[in-house]
Design a protein around this ligand. Structure first.
Ligand SMILES: CSCC[C@H](NC=O)C(=O)N[C@@H](CC(C)C)C(=O)N[C@@H](Cc1ccccc1)C(=O)O
Length: 662
């Protein structure tokens, strides 16, 4: 009965927890993971190291929990655990001795370490670290008198990648590879040059060398996705190029026997989306084999089986994460689905896993009614390990999620989508409906817990989300239906989904609303220029003008080459035809904009253009600016609650009865 319904409240964002980065012990009996929770005082997600037996018993913290902890990594003998913590005031490497429980800070690094990796003998750490380029300002000016308060000196920039979303304006420099004794000491830099060492690094079997991936091409602006695998000798720092592919080659992992390397990448065909393939080669780069040529899905992450005879890997299919084992002899077997759950704000796919020596697996398990929890897979049996959200979510009525499929009205393409019902849903009643559109555009939603959507369902809205053409997890052809053609029939797919849900009879056609973030903001602003069926719209961190976007976004060398037929000034007509700003003259729908002021992916100038255009046209509109927020608006819990709260405020204003019934 409706009286028993206890919907989520905005403040409940602080109760969410997630189990992430599982690292299972070789014996498969227990697993260390990062327990992520929301800290009300700092308004941030914090990570703490916890351990649990794979039967779900003995859940306990591993540290005193005074810092933000991440990247737990077992030593080769599984007697020590390395991790990164900011307990000392900056991100540093720590070790925990598993027998005594003693922990110690072992580094004093000037910048945060990444891709932490133990040498095979357990005596060295390898890691990546930002390495500033020491440079004098090109002009030398007289200095300020002692005690004077002069303006901050101007900054001189001449690098291509001068700012990044989430990181802000970068100092000059690159991410390079270092080694350091595990008991502490001076880090030694192994790579140098004007390129970044990115992603996984992997020690050779004998510990004499490290494999890494980098884009060292002479003109990385012209080849933004190209990268290769290199080998650097630890003693001499001598570097050898291992691959020479046309496209990315990344995440090298040396096989347990030391004779082969697995990596991911693809042969670049200059398409907006290409699936990451899993390759194996000899350590000298010979005999490269594509193991997943026939899969037509992107390999998300992978790990060698302990016996070296196969590789476990994860991939998304139809909005859901899967785990599979590919033997080197060519047999692939899907082991489980339900991998995901790490995206807790909107229902994006994405999960993690870890394999024990005996092939037992621990993975983050997705569910539409709770964020990521750990699950254990043995043979074909899956069972839950953690229940971190049980305490909190069992007290609430969470919106139920139902899958649907439809056939496109423009061709025979099949489109998948989901309906989230408000708690206490009664199909004999009429509900307002929100269509929530994902970004990317080459990304996918799935049956994943999504706090933003749940909070809107908790306010009485039916929330609909789909994977229109362009989405990932349905194959390369489906994703590239919008190659150089975005937005286009993806709009029709979205409208087909609205029609389908409306036809079910429980949605009030006068109370249809539309919203989306980033690529979803593109499609929202595009949609309201092509239909007046929505009573109001919320456009979140959108691109409004592809020309200004490609000339202000952080990934500009990529966007201008892979998403468009050429550079903006050579293709003005194409860029403008696909820009929502070109169609703003047809918009009559009231629009609320919502964007982070420090967004360098879809800079707030896009939002401002749209806002000012709407005002010039006299369309009812408002703009919410989120101070300090990057493209990932949900990172601060207070912003995670602000977005659905503003959506509900705006949509309620344009409901037939002004939202009075809520
Ligand atoms: C190699 S494609 C890089 C683009 C990137 N793709 C990831 O999804 C991206 O940032 N896309 C934007 C739109 C684009 C700039 C026009 C986007 O829609 N992003 C999505 C996904 C996302 C979520 C959190 C942080 C970064 C991306 C979104 O914001 O919902």
């Amino acid at each position: 009965a409706e009286s028993e319904v206890n919907p989520l409240q905005y403040d409940d964002v602080f109760a969410l927890e997630l189990a992430a980065d599982p690292q299972v012990h070789a014996n498969g009996n227990h697993v260390v993971f990062v327990r992520r929770s929301m800290d009300r005082q700092t308004d941030r997600m914090v990570g703490r190291l916890w351990q649990v037996a794979t039967d779900g018993s003995n859940l306990r913290p591993l540290t005193s929990g005074e810092g933000n902890e991440s990247s737990p990594r077992w030593s080769p003998d599984f007697e020590r655990l390395a991790y990164v913590s900011d307990q000392s005031g900056s991100q540093q490497i720590h070790i925990r001795w598993q027998d005594s429980g003693h922990t110690s800070l072992v580094s004093t690094l000037p910048f945060s370490p990444g891709s932490l990796s133990w040498s095979p003998d357990g005596e060295w750490f390898a890691f990546t670290m930002f390495t500033p380029e020491s440079r004098q300002a090109p002009v030398q000016l007289p200095g300020k008198p002692a005690g004077a308060e002069w303006a901050e000196a101007p900054t001189y920039i001449d690098s291509v990648q001068y700012r990044r979303d989430g990181a802000g304006y970068s100092p000059q420099g690159n991410s390079h590879l270092y080694v350091m004794p595990v008991e502490g000491g001076t880090p030694r830099q192994l790579t140098e040059g004007d390129y970044d060492v990115r992603g996984t690094i992997s020690w050779s079997h004998d510990g004499e060398a490290i494999y890494y991936s980098a884009n060292k091409n002479e003109n990385p602006v012209a080849e933004p996705v190209n990268s290769d695998i290199y080998r650097v000798e630890v003693d001499s720092a001598e570097v050898q190029r291992i691959t020479n592919t046309n496209g990315p080659a990344s995440e090298p992992k040396v096989s347990p026997g030391g004779r082969q390397i697995a990596f991911v990448g693809y042969q670049d065909r200059q398409l907006a989306h290409q699936a990451n393939r899993l390759y194996v080669m000899n350590t000298d780069g010979s005999e490269i084999r594509n193991l997943t040529e026939d899969l037509d899905r992107s390999v998300s992450s992978f790990e060698w089986a302990r016996d070296g005879r196969g590789i476990y890997f994860s991939y998304d299919d139809e909005g859901e994460g899967h785990l599979a084992l590919h033997t080197l002899r060519g047999v692939a077997e899907t082991l489980t689905d339900g991998v995901g759950g790490l995206s807790y704000s909107r229902p994006y796919t994405g999960g993690q896993f870890s394999v024990a020596d005996n092939g037992k697996l621990v993975f983050t398990q997705m569910a539409s009614n709770r964020p990521a929890e750990l699950a254990f897979l043995e043979g074909s049996q899956t069972r839950p390990i953690t229940q971190l959200n049980r305490d909190f979510l069992s007290a609430f009525s969470v919106g139920e999620v139902e899958e649907f499929w439809l056939e496109s009205s423009v061709d025979d393409t099949r489109i998948q989508g989901w309906i989230m019902y408000p708690p206490g849903f009664d199909e004999s009643k009429q509900y307002p409906m929100i269509l929530e559109i994902h970004g990317g555009p080459h990304a996918a939603y799935g049956p994943v817990f999504a706090m933003e959507l749940q909070l809107m369902a908790a306010q009485g809205y039916v929330v609909v989300y789909t994977n229109p053409r362009g989405s990932t997890s349905y194959g390369e052809d489906f994703a590239n239906l919008i190659h150089h053609n975005y937005p286009s029939n993806d709009y029709d797919d979205l409208m087909d989904a609205v029609d389908l849900v409306v036809s079910r009879g429980f949605v009030d056609e006068e109370e249809l609303f539309i919203m989306g973030g980033s690529g979803g903001g593109v499609l929202t602003s595009w949609s309201i220029a092509h239909t007046d069926r929505f009573a109001a719209a919320m456009v979140v961190n959108p691109v409004i003008n592809w020309i200004s976007f490609t000339l202000t976004a952080d990934m500009y060398p990529y966007f201008s080459q892979y998403w468009f037929p050429g550079l903006p000034w050579d293709n003005v007509e194409h860029y403008m035809e696909y820009s929502p700003i070109s169609h703003v003259g047809k918009v009559n729908t009231p629009v609320l904009l919502f964007t982070g002021e420090s967004d360098h992916r879809t800079p707030i100038s896009e939002t401002e253009q749209y806002y000012q255009a709407l005002k010039l046209r006299g369309v009812e509109s408002a703009m919410v600016r989120v101070p300090g927020a990057s493209h990932a608006l949900h990172l601060r819990p207070s912003n995670l609650m602000a977005k659905p709260a503003y959506a509900v405020y705006w949509f309620d204003r344009f409901r037939a009865n002004g939202g009075e019934s809520n």
